[in-house]
Design a protein around this ligand. Structure first.
Ligand SMILES: Cc1ncc(COP(=O)(O)O)c(C=O)c1O
Length: 364
């Protein structure tokens, strides 16, 4: 038995962030500024897109993206039933109606047939979510969008550096949204960013995050050409982000390695099925469908192993409550799904400790 807990996830801050944050503090310019621009430029370069706009969270990235596409009252936004509630809340915040649809049982991502069945004259946007770093079927989704004149905002909060057909997730739709919250590969405490190849949308997003100003002003005699808000991402956050970016290649490699260790060692176990990742996808975490989930949970807890249960389907949450009828897959799979410990700081020995305990549980 381990005398320390195996965490399901933990962020990590390194020396580089301390140095960069100290520099920002010494500069006396803590607001959204040059360091924020540096962070955005690095992100755009990394994901091979024209523009990156840093904001206060992944939720706000989705909200501002929908706003920039003029999604609002009277519009409908199609969202998968199995996602973190932020995806739906961001659409709701615009005044749009959230239309939940069922998921593909093989990937837990939005189901294409379900999208087709949900489109109406009011549909203005679809938000495919790349759950746990597995790409939604972007080719089919983009085809639907084109045929019906609908916008695509990708929720790539969990898909940093994951690719599909050689292209980074987040770069397929009109706009892609990412989160920098503590359970993501890189974090700034809270934070997020938006990527796009559309010049006009990039300008609009910058206005929206800064009170409708097209350029940074004095806060006095500025021109505010449109309605905007304050969702700026400060130099302090950007300094942390730049430091975190320097560890990104190692972290993604490690996350892939952990997933492979699980996959190779948890084969042919009755009652447990790991979700599969393609070679070009980065497993944000390793997830599985588990029979007797609550019993396994208790067993893992007794061995000091943490895990995280999957989200409840959104249609079962009070603000979005609907009958189960149209959500056969999410209703069936949510109670069986969980995330195994996937922290990029786990040693091989830690992963094997989890593996052995899961095997012990199912062989009892
Ligand atoms: C799929 C998904 N969408 C949206 C978000 C919202 O991001 P944030 O917490 O940065 O607002 C998250 C993460 O928390 C997420 O996992």
């Amino acid at each position: 038995m381990k005398n320390r807990t195996i965490k399901w996830w933990a962020p990590k801050i390194g020396e580089e962030e301390f140095r960069l944050v100290r520099d920002v503090l010494a500069s006396n310019y803590l607001n959204d500024g040059d360091i924020t621009r540096q962070f955005e430029a690095k992100i755009a370069n990394l994901l091979k897109v024209k523009h990156a706009v840093a904001v206060t969270s992944g939720t706000i990235a989705i909200f501002l993206s929908l706003k920039s596409l003029d999604v609002g009252y009277g519009d409908e936004v199609i969202i998968p039933d199995m996602t973190f509630i932020a995806t739906a809340n961001a659409a709701e915040m615009c005044g749009a109606k959230v239309i939940l649809v069922d998921i593909d049982p093989k990937t837990l991502n939005i189901d294409i047939e379900a999208i087709n069945g949900a489109i109406t004259k009011k549909t203005k946007a679809i938000i495919p979510v790349h759950v746990t770093g597995r790409g939604a079927q972007m080719e089919a989704i983009l085809k639907i969008a084109k045929e019906n004149n609908i916008h695509i905002v990708e929720d790539a909060a969990e898909a940093l550096l994951s690719k599909q057909n050689g292209k980074y997730l987040g770069a397929f739709g009109d706009i892609g949204c990412f989160s920098l919250s503590p359970n993501k590969t890189i974090t700034t405490g809270q934070g997020g960013f938006i990527v796009t190849n559309n010049d006009k949308l990039a300008v609009r997003l910058r206005e929206l995050k800064d009170q409708g100003r097209s350029k940074t002003g004095s806060g006095g005699d500025d021109f505010h050409n449109s309605i905007g808000y304050n969702f700026k991402f400060t130099n302090l956050q950007a300094a942390v982000g730049l430091g975190q970016l320097s560890y990104l290649p190692d972290r993604t490699e490690k996350m892939k390695k952990i997933n492979k260790l699980y996959v190779n060692n948890l084969k042919n176990i009755e009652g447990l099925k790991l979700f599969e990742f393609k070679e070009e996808e980065v497993p944000q975490w390793t997830d599985a469908l588990i029979e007797k989930r609550s019993e396994l949970e208790a067993y893992l807890k007794s061995k000091n192993i943490n895990y995280r249960n999957y989200w409840f389907p959104l249609h079962t949450q009070l603000p979005y409550k609907l009958a189960d009828d149209n959500f056969i897959n999410s209703t069936k799979l949510s109670p069986k799904a969980l995330w195994l410990p996937s922290c990029f700081d786990m040693s091989d020995e830690d992963v094997m400790y989890v593996v052995e305990n899961i095997k012990n549980f199912y062989s009892r």
